[in-house]
Design a protein around this ligand. Structure first.
Ligand SMILES: [Zn+2]
Length: 497
């Protein structure tokens, strides 16, 4: 099958490039996963959702995708945590892998082809380090193996800096064994009490970067198509992955397309565990929902920073409500039993069905242009506006054509938007109930201004048509919800009591 042209912004070249995979029709995708020493924060969830978005789109575009996502289960942070809790490192990492998987499941992430861990790839890691040493790019000092950055001519090509600039800028740990401050550990000797593995250089454990090189080459081959991670991984992690893989395998480039997703900020400050301003994914998913998280984190382009603010949450709730309000009306229309044909309705709905076919293509085109999720959503909203306009006319409602129009909208939401972004699949009654629960929790149980305005408008209409009983009912209902209204010659005002 022919696959539509796909353009990706490649960090390696700094350009938007046409995707050409190593093997036609197949695509290998690797994404750096979390270090499992506690619950993930919402910024980690964003990175995982972006990788999931790539996976979903590449599959829908027709590729046979092999997607690998790892868990870093050997690390200083895990060892420290294990000491604090008086348990083994293995217990800590096993526990948090399960916890992270719970969050991923709630957020609707698809299962990758392979989920890998460092501890199950020690043989591959050791073999790769041996190759790096054999190829003259690694050296051993007292049981520790270092990568020799000066011996790798391409070092700095991903972060677009040369070795001299990097040496000045790097916060390099002081280690007198290193020949060059930028050299990094491939293997470190175990300190007393730390977990260790046997190796040709003695008991120890791998440095952080080597795991991704070893796992990518085991499951995807010596060269891969797409590698993803958060933008904080460009240097040194991904720079070092390139140095290791290209030195061990002597093939370049290790990765054809490097894609990096942006940070999440909280009040414009980078969210990070070290700054302590983290919002746990678990808290968000419990307080809101998986779909609300997906919308919030995917409605912004993956390369743009998201500021995690009240406004962003409001926009998310409004967007989802618009989608499910339309889906609810579509569901009602599609269930109409006694439909009467009407020529005008047939023509309007006929155009709508054709429009929905066009929208389907627009969604794929937007995704093919560097995963343009904002454009995906705006195309969906454009179609929803059209649906709302046509279905608002009474004549167009109870006709066979309306059933087809409603089915077209439902199909676009469930088969296209939901497959691409994981949004729109829920039953509309349930989704709307969830949204209103979240909204009312946000206002502390108070009725929202837009709901108050709607009731005031209804009351005004009731009074105009001399239905004073209904008008009084509305005043009482508002009072019960803690809202007092005041009539004056210029109109009706209200306030929370
Ligand atoms: Zn990695």
């Amino acid at each position: 099958m022919s696959i539509r042209p796909i353009r990706l912004t490649n960090t390696l070249t700094g350009k938007k490039e046409l995707l050409e995979t190593l093997e036609s029709g197949k695509l290998s995708l690797y994404s750096c996963g979390p270090t499992v020493y506690n619950l993930i924060h919402i910024g980690n969830l964003r990175a995982a959702l972006v990788a999931d978005l790539f996976f979903r789109f590449f599959r829908k575009a027709g590729f046979q995708v092999t997607f690998v996502r790892n868990y870093t289960d050997v690390d200083d942070k895990i060892i420290n945590r294990a000491r604090q809790e008086g348990v083994s490192s293995e217990e800590v990492s096993k526990k948090y892998i399960l916890e992270v998987e719970k969050d991923y499941a709630v957020a609707g992430l698809l299962e990758p082809t392979h989920k890998t861990t460092v501890t199950t790839h020690m043989a591959e890691i050791i073999t790769m380090i041996e190759k790096i040493i054999a190829n003259g790019r690694g050296y051993v000092v007292d049981g520790e193996v270092f990568f020799s950055v000066k011996d790798f001519p391409g070092y700095g090509k991903l972060s677009h800096r040369n070795i001299d600039e990097l040496e000045v800028g790097a916060r390099v740990e002081v280690n007198e064994k290193k020949r060059n401050p930028l050299d990094f550990s491939l293997w470190k000797p175990a300190k007393p009490g730390e977990p260790f593995w046997e190796s040709p250089w003695g008991r120890g454990r791998p440095g952080w970067h080597i795991e991704c090189s070893a796992m990518a080459s085991k499951w995807l081959g010596e060269r891969i198509d797409v590698h993803h991670g958060g933008e904080d991984l460009v240097f040194p992690h991904h720079e070092n992955e390139i140095a290791q893989s290209e030195s061990a395998c002597q093939k370049a480039p290790f990765v054809k397309y490097w894609l990096h997703s942006a940070f999440l900020t909280l009040s414009k400050e980078k969210m990070s565990k070290s700054l302590g301003n983290v919002f746990l994914a678990r808290d968000f998913l419990t307080q809101y929902s998986g779909e609300i998280a997906r919308y919030l984190l995917l409605s912004v382009h993956y390369r743009s920073v998201i500021d995690f603010s009240d406004e962003a949450i409001e926009n998310t709730l409004t967007g989802l409500q618009r989608i499910y309000d339309a889906k609810l009306r579509a569901k009602a229309l599609s269930q109409i039993k006694r439909a009467v044909p009407d020529i005008r309705a047939e023509s309007l709905w006929g155009e709508f069905v054709a429009e929905s076919e066009k929208t389907r293509e627009q969604l794929m085109d937007a995704m093919a242009n560097d995963f343009g999720t904002p454009e995906v959503l705006s195309a969906v909203f454009q179609l929803i506006r059209e649906f709302n306009r046509i279905s608002a006319e009474p004549l167009t409602q109870a006709t066979p054509a309306a059933v087809l129009g409603a089915q077209a909208l439902i199909s676009l939401l469930e088969n296209d938007l939901a497959e691409l972004m994981g949004i729109g699949r829920l039953d509309p009654e349930k989704a709307l109930a969830d949204i209103s629960r979240v909204k009312s929790a946000r206002t502390g149980g108070k009725i929202l201004p837009e709901q108050i305005e709607a009731l005031i408008a209804e009351r005004k209409a009731a009074r105009t048509s001399k239905n004073f009983q209904r008008a009084d009912e509305i005043r009482t209902e508002l009072l019960e919800k803690g809202v007092e209204i005041k009539d004056s010659p210029t109109g009706t005002t209200w306030e929370y009591r």
